[in-house]
Ligand binder design. Structure first.
Ligand code: ZN
Length: 317
C-alpha cells in the first residue's frame, strides 16, 4: 500500500473567530469536513492533529517583535475581557483576534510544519492543512487581511533551514495577491513563488520585481481556461527550471465563480487541473512532496467542492 495523503487540522482552528458575519469564519472548516464525509473522501485521507509551531520556527519568516506583539495583544485581550471588556481585539479594519486566536495561529503554522516533517520523512505522500487563520497576507512584521502568521512561508523556510533542502517552490492560487509571502521570500533564490491573482484588487500596493517571483496579475472575470493557459506558459517553465525539491501550496479557493469575495471564474475542475500540474512537477523533481495549506474561499458550498477536487488529485483517488 502506498503512502496516504495527510489531512492536518486542530479543533482550536474552529475557535478563532473575528466576529459575527465575518466571512473568514469557522463554518468554512465545517463546509470542507462535511463535503469530505459526504463524498467518502475522508476515508482515503490520513487525519492528523496539528501541534503548535515553536516560536523559533516562526522566526524563520517573521520578526520577533511581530510575534511578541501578537502574543501580547492576546494576553491583553484576556485581561480586558476578565475586566468586562470586549471579546475581540482589532488588528486591522478586517482582522481581529479572540481569546483562542493565538493558539489557532500557532496550530495553523504548526500543521504546516508537522506536514512538512511527515512528508519529508516519507510517512505521507503529501498533505493538506485544513487550518485557520490563513497566512498569505501576513508579512514579516505585519498581520493583515485575516492573516497573522504566514503558514506557507514559515514551512518553506523550515524545509530549507531545518531539513536542508536546497530549492523549494510556493504556488499560490488564491484570488488575492500573496503579498505577505512575497514580502518574506522576495530575493531568496532558493524559493520560487508562482501565483496569479485578480488585479487591481486587494491588497493594493507595491509588487516586488525580484527574479524568484512569477506573479501573474489578471483582470476581473478571468476564467479557468485563461488561467490554465497562463499556468502552462508561465508557471510550468519556471517550475521546471527551478527543480524544486518540495512544493508548498497556498490553496485559496476564492477565485471560484460562486465566490463573491472576488470576480473570477474558476470552477472545481480548474482546481483539479492546477493540482494535477503541481503534482506532476512534484513527481518529476520532488519525490511527490507537496504540502498544501488552506488560504481563502468564502462561498461555503464551492469551498467544500473545490477542496474535494484538490484533495482527490493529491490523494490520487
Ligand atoms: Zn483570498
Amino acid at each position: 500500500m502506498g503512502q496516504a495523503t495527510g489531512y492536518f487540522t486542530h479543533k482550536e482552528c474552529w475557535r478563532h473567530e473575528m466576529g459575527a458575519g465575518h466571512p473568514e469564519c469557522p463554518e468554512r472548516l465545517d463546509a470542507i469536513e462535511d463535503r469530505l464525509l459526504m463524498s467518502g473522501l475522508d476515508i482515503a485521507l490520513e487525519r492528523r492533529e496539528a501541534t503548535p509551531a515553536p516560536l523559533a520556527d516562526l522566526e524563520l519568516a517573521h520578526g520577533r517583535m511581530h510575534l511578541a506583539a501578537l502574543r501580547g495583544l492576546s494576553e491583553q485581550l484576556r485581561e480586558d475581557m476578565a475586566a468586562g471588556g470586549p471579546s475581540h481585539a482589532q488588528v486591522d479594519p478586517d482582522t481581529s483576534i479572540n481569546t483562542h486566536s493565538w493558539d489557532a495561529i500557532l496550530l495553523a503554522a504548526g500543521a504546516a510544519l508537522d506536514a512538512t516533517d511527515a512528508v519529508i520523512a516519507g510517512e505521507l505522500a503529501n498533505a493538506f492543512c485544513a487550518v485557520r487563520p490563513p497566512g498569505h497576507h501576513a508579512m514579516r512584521d505585519k498581520a493583515m487581511g485575516f492573516c497573522f502568521v504566514n503558514n506557507v512561508a514559515v514551512a518553506a523556510k523550515y524545509a530549507l533551514e531545518r531539513h536542508g533542502l536546497k530549492r523549494v517552490a510556493i504556488v499560490d492560487f488564491d484570488v488575492h495577491h500573496g503579498n505577505g509571502t512575497e514580502d518574506i521570500v522576495a530575493g531568496d533564490e532558493r524559493i520560487l513563488m508562482c501565483s496569479f491573482y485578480q488585479h487591481p484588487f486587494y491588497p493594493l500596493g507595491e509588487h516586488s520585481t525580484a527574479s524568484n517571483l512569477c506573479n501573474l496579475p489578471v483582470p476581473a472575470y478571468t476564467r479557468g481556461m485563461e488561467i490554465r493557459e497562463l499556468v502552462d506558459m508561465m508557471w510550468l517553465p519556471r517550475l521546471e527550471a527551478h527543480k524544486p525539491q518540495m512544493l508548498f501550496v497556498s490553496a485559496g479557493f476564492d477565485a471560484h465563480r460562486e465566490d463573491d469575495m472576488a470576480q473570477m471564474g474558476l470552477v472545481e475542475q480548474d482546481y483539479a487541473w492546477i493540482t494535477e500540474r503541481i503534482k506532476e512537477v512534484a513527481q518529476r523533481h520532488a519525490k511527490g512532496r507537496i504540502v498544501s495549506c488552506l488560504e481563502g474561499g468564502y462561498a461555503l458550498s464551492a469551498l467544500g467542492r473545490s477542496v474535494e477536487a484538490h484533495l482527490r488529485v493529491l490523494a490520487g483517488v
